[in-house]
Design a protein around this ligand. Structure first.
Ligand code: ATP
Ligand code: MG
Length: 238
């Protein structure tokens, strides 16, 4: 469904963030993207969502290499929620792109309210997004992406700053949905709960990929890539 082939990318200051990334994602697959700070996860997700132009290499969604196909079908929650929450209220934020896409305001509001309720944040609907707490902002930006009903969810550190219940609600949602998921995270326990396969990036390239949980209990692989055992395994073995 999604093919990433030989993607290289240098930021305008010359820093080479991706050095030839190749992998593919099947329809309905839930795949984790792990790797140390600065390994290129966010840069890669920005490419997948069509927010960054491919400089070298190719990304296709169902065979279509256009940035529009990526933008339309891959919904990205940014690592920094402030980058995407721009409207005066949470509800307007969640309905903005729907109304811009031609949906009636009432229908858009109804859909957004349902999503906010399913994520346990209905009480935030009339609040200004920029005044929310970090975890609230993250939940709201997740709701905004879900409202657009993209085929693929590209999630950049979705559990960062969430309290345990909100984190569990997000995990449950991601487990239950049939959507394709690409989950960039340092929360390897969340990745184990949601994903069946993982890719580990190191220094802008794919260092290894494999099935879960096997990949995340391989101490050599984890060590070589600046990662540590997921909490559930480190408790049981130390
Ligand atoms: N705007 C930018 N200009 C120049 N270099 C950048 C920019 N954004 C990121 N980089 C660099 O690109 C590399 C990859 O960054 P990226 O944010 O993709 O990593 P990451 O794996 O998401 O890290 P983290 O785990 O900290 O979120 C890093 O070395 C980073 O310093
Ligand atoms: Mg990142």
């Amino acid at each position: 469904m999604l093919e990433i082939w030989g993607v290289r990318y240098s930021y305008p200051d010359g820093h080479e963030a991706l050095r030839g990334v190749t992998f593919s994602v099947c329809e309905g697959e839930k795949i984790a993207l792990a790797g140390a700070n600065g390994s290129g996860k966010s840069t890669l997700l920005l490419h997948l969502a069509g927010a960054i132009d491919v400089q070298e290499g190719r990304i296709t969604f169902k065979g279509d290499a256009s940035q529009e196909a990526l933008r339309k079908n891959i919904g990205l929650t940014f690592q920094d929620s402030d980058d995407e929450l721009l409207m005066p209220t949470v509800l307007e934020d969640a309905t903005f792109s729907l109304v811009a896409g031609g949906m009636s305001v009432n229908e858009a509001r109804e859909r957004a309210r349902k999503i906010l309720a399913s994520l346990g944040i209905a009480h935030l609907a009339e609040r200004p997004p920029h005044k929310l707490s970090g975890g609230e902002k993250r939940m709201v930006s997740f709701a905004g992406v879900l409202a657009g009903e993209p085929e693929v969810l590209a999630l950049d550190e979705p559990s960062a700053g969430l309290d345990p219940r909100a984190r569990r609600r997000v995990i449950n949602f991601l487990r239950e949905t049939s959507k394709t998921i690409i989950l960039a995270t340092h929360d390897l326990d969340m990745a184990l709960d949601v994903c069946t396969r993982a890719i580990i990036l190191s220094d802008g390239a794919v260092a290894c990929e494999g099935e879960l949980p096997d990949l995340f209990i391989n101490r050599e692989v984890l060590e070589a890539n600046g990662l540590e055992l997921p909490l559930r395994y480190s408790y049981s073995t130390s």
